[in-house]
Design a protein around this ligand. Structure first.
Ligand code: SF4
Length: 673
C-alpha cells in the first residue's frame, strides 16, 4: 500500500486530509474495490469546493494494524465502512490511531454500526461519530463542519443528519437524513476515476468489483439488516451510468462483478442490464462473471434474467435463497410474502434447461424444528435440487430485527460468539491478525441444543451422501423406486441403528462432535493442517479421511446393509440386485487419488443413464439390461493428496464434480460387441 499526500492546495483554509478504510476479505488473492468509501469520495469531490479535501488512498484489504495506522497518521478525518467481516480490525486500527493522534476525527459507518449505538460508543470511546444509514450526504456535511472549525473539539455537529456524537459525557443522535431518491446525485467512483490512483499504486492487484444498480429492498426478513420500513422503497441508478460502469469494467478487464442489489430482476429494466453485460462479455471478454441475488416473487423476470446470465456464462449457476420451506418459520422471519411456489417453479425450469442451481437453507431459524428442517431438506431435493444445498448457520446482525431482545426472548434464541472463518480459508497463527467474530445461533425454543446438533449433523450427512455424490445414485434409486423420502433415507445414517456399521457410526459421531464444538464456540469449519492447511466443511473433511484411511469399501458395504434394511419395509421393492448395482457403480465412479488404471464394472441395469435422466427431471424407466461400464480413471489423475484434495474435493464443492462420469466416462452396453 503506497501512501500519497493530498494533492489539494488551499491558501485561505488548510485542506483537510481524509483517510478511508473499507477492508474486505481477499478471495484467492483477489480484492474488491472499496466501493462504499469510493462513493463517499466521489460525492464529496462533486459537491464540495475544489481543494477543500484531499483523500489518502483507501485501505481495502486486511493488513497489519501498525501499517494501517502509519498510512493514516496524517489524516484529519478517517472514515471506516464496517460490516461483520471487518469490524474488529477497523476498531483496532481506530483505537491505535486515536491513541497516536487524539486530534483525528474517527467516523464509523456501515451496517455494523448499531441503530442504537450508545453501548457501542461507550465501549469504544475513540470513535467520535457514528453515522447511520446512507452515508454520502452526512459525510459531506460532517467534513464541511470539521473544515470550518478550528479543532475537533470546536465542531458543532448538531446540524449534521444521521450522526450520533459526543456532547461531553452525553451521546446525542441527530435525526436521520431522508434517503436519496435520485441516486445519480452520487457520482460513480468508477467513472469519476476515484480508483485510478489505487489501481496505479497496486499494479499487481487483481480487482473484483462491487456494483449497485438500485438501493432498497421491499422485504423485511428478520435475520437481515437490509430490508426495513426505511429501506423498503427501491430507488434506481440511471441506466446510462450503469452501462458506462459496465463499459468501465470491460475496459479495465474486471473479471468478476458482485452486484449488491437485494433483488436483481425486481425492475423490468434489469433484463436490459443483464443483456448488456452479456453483450460485453461476448464482444470484449469482460466481465467474465456477474453474481446477483435473485429477485423474489417475480418468477418470469427472475427466470429471464438468470437465463441470460447463464447462457452468456456470466453466471455459473443460480442461487435459490429459500432459507426455509416451513410455513410457520417463514411467517416468524417475515418471509411469508416471498412465494415458495416461485422457487419451486424456478427450480423446475432451470432443471429442465440444464442450468445448475444451488439452494440456500438456514439452520436454526425461529420456529424451525428438527422435523420441519429435515422434511424441508427432503422436499427441496425431491423438487429437483441434486446439485447443492448450502446449509448456513444463523447469525445475528446488530441492526436486524432478530437482534432485538424481545424477538430473541420470544423465540428462545441461544447464541455463542465464534470466529469468522471462510470456507476453505487458510489457517493462520493466532497472533498473526485481528480476528473477526460473529454471533451464531446454536439453539432456539423449537430447536433445543440437542436438536440443533442433530440438525447440523443431518445437514452434513446430506451433503456427504447426496451432494458430494458419495451415495447419490443409490439414494435416488431408493427414493424413486423404493418410495422412501430422502429424509427417511438420510435419517438411517444420522438417527438409525449403526451398531453394526462402525465406519458409518464414526462419521455420524464426527458430525455430532463437530456440531458440539461449534456450540462451545469452535469454528464452523474443521481446521486441517494436514489437508492443505485450510478449514474444511465437515462433510468434505469426512470424505477426505474416509479415502485416506482406506475405509471406503467398508463404508459402502455398511451403507448397502443400512439401505437394504430401510427398504425392507417399502411397499414397492426395488428391482432385484438394483441396490447392489447402484452402490457398486457409485463406488466405482467416485474420484480417488493415485489411480493408475481404468475400471470396468458390470451391472444388471443401465443405472447411469437412468440416474442422469432422473436428476434432470426426465422420465426414465429402469429395466433389466446387462451393462458394462468402462470408467476412465486415467485421463484425469491426482498423484498427490494435495492435488486430489484441492482439485476434487475443494473445487468440486460448487461444481459437484466428484464422479468420474462428470468428465470422461465411456459406457459399453453388453451385447453391442
Ligand atoms: S434477506 Fe434479502 S429479501 Fe430479505 S430483507 Fe434482506 S435483502 Fe431483502
Amino acid at each position: 500500500m503506497v501512501s500519497h499526500a493530498p494533492m489539494t492546495k488551499n491558501t485561505r483554509m488548510r485542506p483537510l486530509t481524509i483517510g478511508q478504510v473499507q477492508i474486505n476479505n481477499s478471495f484467492s488473492n483477489q480484492n474488491y474495490f472499496p466501493y462504499s468509501v469510493g462513493l463517499l469520495q466521489a460525492y464529496v469531490e462533486k459537491h464540495a469546493p475544489p481543494d477543500a479535501f484531499g483523500f489518502l488512498l483507501p485501505l481495502y484489504k486486511r493488513l497489519p494494524v501498525s501499517q494501517a495506522v502509519a498510512h493514516l497518521e496524517s489524516a484529519d478525518v478517517v472514515a471506516f465502512s464496517t460490516y461483520v467481516w471487518n469490524i474488529r480490525i477497523s476498531l483496532e486500527i481506530a483505537r491505535r490511531l486515536k491513541a497516536h493522534n487524539p486530534a483525528v476525527c474517527i467516523v464509523f459507518g456501515g451496517p455494523q454500526v448499531p441503530d442504537r449505538p450508545e453501548a457501542f460508543l461507550r465501549e469504544h470511546p475513540f470513535i467520535d461519530l457514528a453515522c447511520h444509514g446512507e452515508g454520502e450526504r452526512a459525510f459531506l456535511q460532517l467534513l464541511e463542519q470539521r473544515r470550518h472549525a478550528a479543532s475537533l473539539e470546536a465542531v458543532d455537529w448538531r446540524e449534521v443528519p444521521s450522526l450520533t456524537w459526543r456532547d461531553g459525557e452525553r451521546l446525542v443522535t441527530n435525526p436521520r437524513a431522508a434517503r436519496l431518491k435520485t441516486l445519480d446525485e452520487i457520482p460513480s467512483p468508477y467513472l469519476e476515476g476515484v480508483f485510478e490512483p489505487l489501481i496505479a499504486a497496486n499494479p499487481d492487484e487483481t480487482w473484483l468489483a462491487l456494483w449497485e444498480t438500485n438501493r432498497g429492498c421491499p422485504f423485511s426478513c428478520t435475520f437481515c439488516d437490509w430490508g426495513s420500513a426505511v429501506a423498503a422503497k427501491v430507488y434506481p441508478f440511471d441506466l446510462t451510468r450503469l452501462h458506462g460502469e459496465l463499459d468501465w469494467f470491460a475496459a479495465h478487464r474486471t473479471e468478476f462483478i458482485f452486484c449488491c442489489d437485494a433483488n436483481f430482476g425486481i425492475l423490468p429494466r434489469d433484463i436490459e442490464i443483464a443483456t448488456y453485460a452479456a453483450k460485453l462479455k461476448a464482444e470484449r471478454g469482460y466481465p467474465q462473471a456477474l453474481s446477483v441475488q435473485n429477485t423474489k416473487n417475480a418468477t418470469e423476470r427472475a427466470y429471464e434474467v438468470q437465463s441470460i446470465l447463464s447462457r452468456s456464462g456470466l453466471n455459473k449457476g443460480v442461487t435459490l435463497s429459500l432459507q426455509s420451506v416451513d410455513p410457520g418459520t417463514l411467517e416468524k422471519i417475515k418471509r411469508k410474502n416471498i412465494s415458495s411456489d416461485s422457487y419451486r417453479e424456478l427450480q423446475r425450469r432451470f432443471t429442465r434447461d440444464r442450468v445448475e442451481t444451488y439452494s440456500d437453507l438456514i439452520l436454526g431459524l425461529p420456529g424451525e424444528t428438527y422435523a420441519s428442517f429435515t422434511e424441508g431438506v427432503s422436499a427441496v431435493i425431491e423438487q429437483g435440487q441434486h446439485n447443492r444445498i448450502q446449509f448456513n448457520n444463523l447469525t445475528i446482525l446488530p441492526n436486524a430485527e432478530m437482534a432485538d431482545p424481545a424477538y430473541r426472548a420470544a423465540h428462545g434464541l441461544e447464541t455463542v460468539e465464534t470466529k469468522i472463518i471462510n470456507i476453505h480459508g487458510t489457517l493462520v497463527a493466532d497472533d498473526d491478525e485481528v480476528h473477526e467474530s460473529q454471533e451464531l445461533v446454536i439453539a432456539t425454543a423449537t430447536l433445543p441444543r440437542d436438536d440443533w446438533r442433530r440438525a447440523r449433523a443431518f445437514s452434513w450427512m446430506t451433503a456427504l451422501l447426496h451432494f458430494d455424490k458419495v451415495l447419490q445414485i443409490p439414494l435416488v434409486l431408493a427414493h424413486e423406486l423404493g418410495g422412501l423420502s430422502y429424509r427417511e433415507l438420510i435419517l438411517q445414517f444420522t438417527d438409525g441403528d449403526l451398531s453394526e456399521a462402525p465406519v458409518l457410526e464414526g462419521v455420524r459421531r464426527f458430525f455430532i462432535e463437530t456440531a458440539a464444538s461449534i456450540q462451545a464456540g469452535g469454528t464452523e469449519y474443521v481446521p486441517a493442517p494436514q489437508w492443505l492447511n485450510i478449514f474444511w466443511p465437515a462433510d468434505e473433511h469426512a470424505l477426505i479421511e474416509l479415502v485416506f484411511e482406506n475405509r471406503l469399501d467398508a463404508f459402502y458395504a455398511e451403507a448397502e446393509r443400512v439401505l437394504t434394511r430401510a427398504l425392507a419395509s417399502s411397499a414397492t421393492p426395488l428391482p432385484p440386485g438394483a441396490l447392489h448395482d447402484a452402490i457398486t457403480l457409485n463406488q466405482a465412479l467416485l474420484k480417488r487419488p493415485f489411480e493408475t488404471a481404468d475400471c470396468v464394472i458390470e451391472v444388471g441395469y443401465d443405472l447411469l443413464a437412468w440416474h442422469r435422466a432422473k436428476v434432470v427431471g426426465d422420465e426414465a424407466t429402469l429395466t433389466p439390461s446387462p451393462t458394462r461400464y468402462h470408467i476412465d480413471r486415467t485421463s484425469e489423475r491426482w498423484t498427490t493428496w494435495d492435488d486430489w484434495c484441492r482439485q476434487v474435493i475443494w473445487y468440486g464443492n460448487k461444481k459437484g464434480a466428484y464422479l468420474y462420469g462428470n468428465c470422461v466416462t465411456t459406457r459399453e452396453i453388453a451385447g453391442h460387441y
